[in-house]
Design a protein around this ligand. Structure first.
Ligand SMILES: Nc1nc2c(ncn2[C@@H]2O[C@H](COP(=O)(O)OP(=O)(O)OP(=O)(O)O)[C@@H](O)[C@H]2O)c(=O)[nH]1
Ligand SMILES: [Zn+2]
Length: 212
């Protein structure tokens, strides 16, 4: 079952042209794992690995399970977090910031790790969200093949939709293992992406407070 919240978020991402390019192939999670395992076995065979070795024999099934249940679980809206949203009866109108959110994602160009942290802030209007739910929404979108810019904007639009306010800001700082562990092999650089809405975009002081 896909929740009402998840459907709202999906609709908003599609309308904004920010949805991850996906095709509904109509397979169950079990069927996906089975087929992916077969393909991973073929990849290992082509690399000349001996899959009868006891350390390698379960690797295809392990990778399939990791893809479907773990690192790409966010492709399935049924996995969207259960939310607690409450009416802002307290009239809170100051910035709420969650910083140093652990973020592990996967680069969609190379299928290797993106490792970083996220910072999310919002200024409540009518709704307040349970704090841990912000971390969970970040994790949901991180559990997809991603480019950091899209990930940042998906979290922004999801929270704007759920909180019914433009006043949301998201910043992600991450190391890409496709840059660190291969290719240019730069072990030092990191990438920062920022997506600002409402007052975070238009009001210099609010913007500065978030970016500080
Ligand atoms: N904008 C953006 N680019 C990314 C992200 N993750 C990886 N990339 C880049 O995607 C690009 C893919 O470039 P290609 O030339 O097709 O791939 P490649 O030959 O493996 O490139 P090199 O990494 O330069 O060896 C690389 O420059 C990656 O650094 C991301 O989150 N955002
Ligand atoms: Zn990459």
């Amino acid at each position: 079952m896909v929740s009402e919240y998840a459907n709202k978020v999906r609709g908003a991402l599609e309308a904004a042209g920010l949805e991850t390019p996906m095709i509904n192939i109509g397979l169950s999670a079990e069927q996906k794992r089975e087929e992916i395992a077969q393909h991973m076995a073929a990849v290992m065979d082509l690399l000349g690995l001996d899959r009868t070795d006891d350390s390698l024999e379960s690797t295809p099934a392990r990778i399939a399970k990791m893809y479907v249940n773990e690192i790409f679980a966010g492709l399935d809206y049924q996995q969207f977090p259960t939310l607690s949203l409450i009416d802002n009866k307290m009239g809170i109108d100051e910035m709420v910031t969650v910083a140093d959110i652990d973020l592990t994602s996967t680069c969609e160009h190379h299928f290797v790790t993106i490792d970083g942290t996220a910072k999310v802030a919002y200024i409540p209007t009518d709704k307040i969200i349970g704090l841990s739910k912000i971390n969970r929404i970040v994790r949901f979108f991180a559990q997809r093949p991603q480019v950091q810019e899209r990930l940042t904007r998906q979290v922004l639009v999801a929270l704007q939709t759920l909180l019914e306010t433009d006043n949301v800001a998201v910043s992600i700082r991450a190391t890409h293992y496709c840059v660190k562990a291969r290719g240019i092999m730069d072990t030092n650089s990191h990438t920062t992406t920022t997506a600002l809405g409402g007052a975070f975009r238009d009001d210099l002081r609010t913007r500065a407070e978030f970016l500080r």
